[in-house]
Write a protein that binds this ligand. Structure first.
Ligand code: G3H
Ligand code: 13P
Ligand code: ZN
Length: 284
């Protein structure tokens, strides 16, 4: 069933676990997420970036994901990941997304509050929940290049003000994660996470969670992270499985025999993440 992001994440916040938010761009990835969520009896967030919408088409993604969600035996939210333009956000709100992210993290605090609050008012009037981001991740984000040196971790005091003044539903914070592949070991600022969570008392979101070791993920969840975004690990698993098909049979040309194993590999990765995040078994 299709539900709002708030419904899924408030339960996770109250019961101290995290829900996986998995990026999808095509049918096989969508099926992999649903397959894993049903196998693990887990609530799930399916997210589409602006890049995914450009690639697959808003109408295709809306129709396909809402159909999958309605058919699924577990709660599913359809979320816009890193919404940066008013136009895309409004289109998603009008086309069945049940959760949206307004990403004003590249603005100063006052402008981020202004942009976020405007979207919160519109989305809440439509019954849709909102994620926003305070602080910046290093690395390359969806259509936004953030120089490594510009990375600014979330300020706990600003987080209280941001939540109070915008009335958003869940907050993405910067505590040392980055989008994409890590070079070296990512070090997370757990003290900062703990402090922010105590102050804001709403679901907290962790972006750039691919490649974070299991013990760090579990610690972050124990300290209050409730939504964990995964994209890179899924892309890698999907593509590795395709490479494997061609290694075994370089002459293969049936797309089903290429994308089928990739779908299975992706579902397996998602299953592992769901157990790690603590959302497996929570659909009941
Ligand atoms: O955080 C960004 C996501 O990994 C989406 O990436 O813009 O390449 O679809 P994308
Ligand atoms: P990764 O690609 O690093 O997993 O990040 C995903 C993400 O944060 C999507 O918003
Ligand atoms: Zn992200």
């Amino acid at each position: 069933m299709l539900v709002t992001g708030k419904k899924i994440l408030d339960h996770a916040h109250e019961n101290n676990y995290a829900v996986g938010a998995f990026n999808v761009n095509n049918m096989e990835a969508l099926q992999a997420v649903i397959l894993a969520a049903e196998k693990e009896s887990s609530p799930v967030i399916i997210q589409t970036s602006e890049g995914a919408i450009k690639y697959a088409g808003l109408d295709y993604l809306s129709t396909m994901i809402r159909f999958a969600a309605q058919k699924a035996s577990v709660p599913v939210a359809l979320h816009l990941d890193h919404g940066t333009t008013y136009e895309t956000i409004i289109k998603c709100i009008s086309n069945g997304w049940s959760s949206i992210m307004v990403d004003g993290s590249h603005y100063d605090l006052a402008k981020n509050i202004e942009v976020t609050k405007n979207i919160v008012d519109i989305a809440h009037a439509a019954g849709i929940s909102v994620e926003a981001e305070l602080g910046r991740l290093s690395g390359v984000e969806d259509q936004i290049s953030v120089d490594e040196k510009d990375a600014i971790y979330t300020n706990p005091k600003e987080a209280i003000q941001f939540v109070k003044e915008t009335n958003l539903d869940y907050l993405a914070i910067a505590i040392g994660t980055a989008h994409g592949k890590y070079i070296g070991n990512p070090e997370l600022d757990f003290d900062r996470l703990e402090e922010i969570k105590k102050l804001i008392k709403i679901p907290v979101v962790l972006h750039g969670a691919s490649g974070i070791p299991e013990d760090s993920i579990k610690r972050a969840v124990s300290l209050g992270v409730n939504k964990i975004n995964i994209d890179t690990d899924l892309r890698q698993g999907f593509t590795d499985a395709i490479k494997d098909v061609f290694e075994k049979n370089p002459k293969e040309f049936d797309p089903r025999k290429i994308c089928g194993p990739a779908r299975e590999a992706m579902a397996e990765i998602i299953s592992i993440k769901m157990k790690m995040f603590g959302c497996a078994g929570k659909a009941k």
